[in-house]
Design a protein around this ligand. Structure first.
Ligand SMILES: Nc1ncnc2c1ncn2[C@@H]1O[C@H](COP(=O)(O)OP(=O)(O)O)[C@@H](O)[C@H]1O
Ligand SMILES: [Mg+2]
Length: 1008
């Protein structure tokens, strides 16, 4: 409220011509009105020579007081100019005096005739104006309190006022800062306590820097206990000594596996800079983070992310902060663990915040790792909480009993303490000492809600309807929200004043702006966002979710929006409407949209091998009408299979098949049958299954071919490759076709899978080594951008070189491949490289080296509980030991292999039997030795693995030669040589030939 008057106008009226005076006054009023309106005020009325202006009516702004003071200051300036003009032109003497006051006033509707503004506030404003001297502006107490941060002023002697017993406080305005914010920000309390925790986080950081190592530091604690604040304090201390990247996991829209990482890497252009140091890794991460990027296989994703973090940290120490890890997708949690475990030679601090729920899903979090520390943030101590309360209330009065009650309810939760104080400030129940100190008495009567949620709800209840609407709409997006998107959500009436409300909400410290711009905000705490969201009626929530989704979609042509996000909002809208009793029919269209988004998110997750696909597809399914479910069920069944849940995979495929038949949907039926085949295959053992699987697959294959369904076709061909893996030529043919069909359909994942499998066939199958090398090379070129696939192909190629006698080259290539595979940080994958290494070293005639690699592999696989592959490692170890004459250990190892291996598992049975034959022969138990050797030959003959068959024959020959049966031995050797020659295994051919020659020599000597 402003009152402005022309000084000496009464005197003026006496000696100036009335017409001139009217002209002068009109001119003056006109200029004043301009100024007032420019600052958003309304000229309420002219009373004699005085102007009365109102700010905050009819539209309330949160900075009305400052607007009024700014207007007053400008009125004074303009008044002086007008005064000077009038003096010059008409010799008039004009001065202005102004009073400004703030408070409740009864107002009419703007300047419409008959409106009135009255009340105590008005009287005080008028009195201030009257007390002001020429060119002076006096501010009332409340106005001063509201604009204190933005002005220069001095206290004047209190004014006595008619009808008021107490004198009125007044301040003389000297200057207004031009760039002051609308309202003083609420002062943030300094950090209390937490000294020890701060030290520990800092220690972890310093250690990471000192050792160039990765440290995993986890801060656990309930909401509001101070995790974020602790981290923030530490980061301020670290300031500049490290790059800080922050990502948050979202409580909703599950399936957004990589969201926190995208957010973290976006800060500070980490990804762009990493691209200079490690292009391939950065490129993969970029794809991973794009909502519609190319799918990146799980192992590549994890590797690439670690590389990007590593190279970034090597440039400058890096702190990766992840908030609310309890909400992350399992794949992301595993990523964090992986990075913690595998990062080398890079100063990286993983600073994780989570609610204690994290331990429910990950009971062993960080456990047992030397570089991991977890602290549970306890409630503040009584003293610290009291300190905090003291800081927040500042010089205001708070009665002891009230303080005790607040602290008792807060129970050491600083958020609670803050919210209580904020509520008191909202209610004006706290007054500063500079005021009249009326707070203490009111406080005792104040009801403090007993829980943090109730407290927040109570604060939200105090908001004006416009502010509340804005806050609620903002909660739809989540803890962080953009003004731009918010605008489309609030009803048209409120949208005009979104900015005003946002500022008011910021002033009440419910939200804060993020960054420099005006567009990004966040709720000060997640619980505030939850309070705003939960406080809304379902109907409103449903409507807002739908509008938000529409808003996301309308932009999607330019910026791709994650399907997970879109699906989440649409899904919420449907489910809320159904909870309100709307029928499926009424929500059908919305449900179809939701289901489409979730399904496509689920498919993408499948392509990334992310088990999040299961949940996404289940959610899609729940929103799909019965007669459209079959195709979704097939996708779900596949996702379940990938996640290792064969039981549910089979059930789901069966349901899909039934539905597909009922709908006469041939394509879906065929795909469902492919999944069923896959389950049978994964559960199968033995030859009988192989026959029946082939028989079952054939009609499915034909059907898919007839339908021209590449996706289904590639899958079934890949399965057939697996089913027939010991009949190499057959398998090869299937895999070649699988690869071609998958490539044609753009399915790189299936194509790469087929390529890796083909690579192993080049080694173990009957393909001549030289041809195998060429084939591996070609495939490697084709999959150069896929680390796992190209490294796997390289290691197969290395073994083929060894067969051709280029041992050193083979060793170098193999070592390179192993390095690349180790880089991926997947233990079982690393362990599997020892098999090729064993073959290579046996070819090199270095059984001691072969022994070492088998031993290392066995230890790794044993630790992982992988007895299936472990049996092969044990058998290889047995063989390498036996040929070196370490008989006892060889037998022990052979026993282990026999115990673990399936009877028809040639890769384990052949070497373990051959090892026994060696030992037995050396011990003179020739009959048993021969039996073992013949059994090895028998098992090996079931496959066309030429080298293994040749080896079994060579070993038999050795037993026979020892038994003094050189002719039979020679026959066996000739058989072996024939097999080796077919394979192009020059080394083994030469070795067997040499044995044969010496046999012939011995035979001649014996005959002579
Ligand atoms: N030790 C402390 N000293 C002062 N204020 C604190 C302290 N810990 C937390 N706060 C304040 O309490 C509120 C809630 O803390 P916050 O760190 O957001 O909790 P959390 O992240 O655990 O949910 C924040 O406004 C924060 O500034
Ligand atoms: Mg937090």
């Amino acid at each position: 409220m402003i009152f402005a008057d022309v000084v000496g106008s009464t005197a003026l009226g006496e000696r100036v011509d009335p017409e001139t005076l009217r002209w002068a006054m009109q001119r003056w009023f006109g200029r004043m009105r301009e100024v007032i309106e420019r600052h958003g005020g309304t000229v309420e009325k002219f009373i004699g020579d005085a102007v009365m202006a109102v700010f905050g009516a009819p539209v309330l702004h949160e900075d009305d007081a400052l607007r009024a003071v700014r207007a007053a200051a400008e009125m004074r300036k303009v008044g002086a100019v007008v005064g000077a003009e009038l003096r010059r032109d008409r010799g008039l003497d004009f001065g202005v005096r102004i009073g400004v006051n703030t408070g409740q006033a009864v107002t009419g509707a703007g300047t419409v005739a008959g409106s009135f503004t009255s009340g105590d506030t008005v009287n005080v404003a008028a009195r201030l104006e009257q007390a002001a001297g020429a060119g002076e502006i006096l501010l009332g107490r409340e106005t001063f309190r509201l604009v204190r941060h933005a002005i220069d002023a001095e206290l004047v002697a209190p004014l006595t006022l008619k009808g008021k017993s107490a004198p009125v406080e007044a301040h003389r305005l000297l200057a207004v800062a031009s760039d002051a914010p609308a309202r003083a920000p609420r002062p943030r309390a300094p950090m209390v306590g937490r000294q020890r925790e701060r030290r520990r986080v800092l220690d972890a950081f310093h250690q990471a820097v000192a050792d160039r190592s990765c440290q995993l530091f986890t801060v656990l604690g309930v909401a509001g206990v101070g995790k974020s604040r602790l981290v923030q304090e530490v980061l301020e201390t670290i300031d500049g000594a490290a790059t800080v990247a922050v990502g948050r996991c979202l409580p909703y829209g599950d399936g957004l596996t990589w969201w926190p990482l995208a957010e973290a890497l976006a800060a500070g252009d980490l990804l762009e800079r990493a691209a200079a140091d490690h292009g391939p890794a950065a490129a993969r991460v970029a794809e991973l983070l794009k909502p519609a990027g190319a799918p990146v296989a799980a192992e590549e994703a994890v590797w690439a992310v670690r590389k990007v973090l590593e190279v970034s940290a090597r440039r400058h120490p890096l702190v990766l902060v992840v908030d609310d890890l309890q909400w992350a997708e399992p794949t992301f949690v595993e990523l964090v663990e992986h990075v913690a475990e595998w990062t080398r030679d890079a100063p990286l601090l993983l600073l994780i915040m989570a609610r204690p729920d994290l331990l429910e899903s990950r009971p062993g979090w960080g456990g047992g790792q030397l570089n991991a520390t977890t602290v549970l943030l306890e409630p503040l101590s009584e003293t610290d909480a009291r300190d905090l309360l003291g800081h927040l209330t500042g010089s205001a009065l708070l009665e002891d009993r009230a303080a005790a009650r607040i602290l008792g309810l807060a129970d050491g939760n600083p958020l609670f303490v803050e919210e209580v104080v904020a509520m008191l400030i909202d209610d004006n129940a706290l007054s500063s000492c500079e005021g009249e100190g009326s707070g203490a008495a009111e406080l005792t009567a104040l009801a403090v809600p007993p829980t943090i949620q109730a407290l927040i709800a109570a604060r939200l209840d105090r908001l004006g309807p416009g502010e509340r609407a804005v806050l609620e709409a903002a909660s739809i997006e989540g803890r962080h929200f953009a003004r731009e998107r918010l605008e489309t959500l609030v009803s048209d009436r409120a949208s005009a004043s979104v900015d005003v409300h946002l500022r008011a909400l910021a002033r009440k410290d419910l939200i804060r702006s993020v960054g420099a711009g005006e567009d990004s905000f966040r709720f000060r705490h997640q619980l505030i966002r939850d309070g705003a969201y939960d406080g809304m009626p379902k109907e409103l929530r449903a409507e807002l979710h739908e509008r938000f989704a529409n808003r996301l979609e309308s932009r999607s042509s330019a910026v791709p929006v994650a399907d997970e996000l879109l699906g989440h909002h649409l899904e919420r809208a449907v489910l809320l409407r159904r909870e309100l009793g709307e029928t499926e029919a009424a929500t059908a269209r919305l449900a179809a949209r939701a289901s489409r988004s979730l399904r496509s998110a689920g498919r993408r997750a499948t392509l990334r091998d992310d088990p999040a696909s299961v949940r996404l597809l289940e959610r899609a399914l729940a929103l799909t009408p019965e007669d459209h479910r079959a195709p979704v069920l097939v996708e779900l069944a596949n996702a379940l299979g990938d996640a290792g849940d064969l039981g549910r995979c089979a059930e789901t495929a069966a349901t899909a098949l039934e539905l597909a038949y009922a709908n006469d949907d041939r394509q879906t039926a065929a795909r469902a049958r492919v999944v069923k085949l896959r389950v049978t295959m994964d559960r199968s053992t033995g030859e009988a299954d192989q026959v029946s699987l082939n028989a079952a697959a054939k009609p499915v294959l034909d059907e898919l071919e007839a339908l021209g369904d590449d996706e289904g076709l590639a899958a079934v061909l890949l399965h057939l490759g697996h089913v027939n893996q010991d009949r190499y030529e057959q398998a090869c043919a299937y895999l070649e076709r699988a690869m071609a069909v998958a490539q044609r359909g753009g399915d790189r994942r299936t194509a790469a899978h087929a390529a890796r499998f083909l690579g192993s066939i080049m080694v173990f199958g009957p393909v001549p080594a030289a041809e195998g090398i060429e084939r591996c090379r070609a495939l490697r070129r084709q999959f150069a951008d896929q680390a796992r696939t190209s490294a796997t192909l390289l290691r197969h190629e290395a073994v083929l070189h060894a067969m051709q006698g280029r041992i050193e080259e083979a060793r170098a290539l193999h070592a390179e491949a192993v390095r690349a595979i180790d880089e991926l940080g997947i233990p079982w994958l690393s362990a599997s490289t020892v098999f090729g290494q064993w073959v290579l070293e046996m070819l090199a005639g270095a059984p001691e080296r072969a022994e070492a690699s088998a031993r290392a592999g066995l230890a790794l696989l044993q630790e992982m509980g992988a007895t299936n592959q472990g049996s092969t490692a044990a058998a290889m170890l047995a063989y390498a030991l036996a040929v070196q004459g370490c008989h006892d250990e060889a037998l022990r190892s052979a026993d282990l292999a026999a115990a673990w291996a399936a009877p028809d598992d040639a890769s384990s049975q052949v070497p373990q039997l051959a090892a026994r034959a060696h030992v037995l022969a050396a011990r003179g138990e020739l009959e048993r030795a021969e039996a073992a050797a013949r059994e090895a030959v028998r098992v090996s003959e079931r496959s066309d693995e030429l080298v293994q068959r040749g080896d079994a024959l060579t070993d038999l020959a050795a037993v026979l030669a020892r038994a003094g049966r050189p002719d039979e031995a020679a026959t066996a050797l000739r058989g072996a040589i024939g097999l080796y020659e077919r394979k192009g295994n020059i080394v083994s051919v030469a070795r067997a030939q040499q044995t044969l020659d010496s046999l012939g020599h011995k035979a001649r000597v014996a005959n002579a």
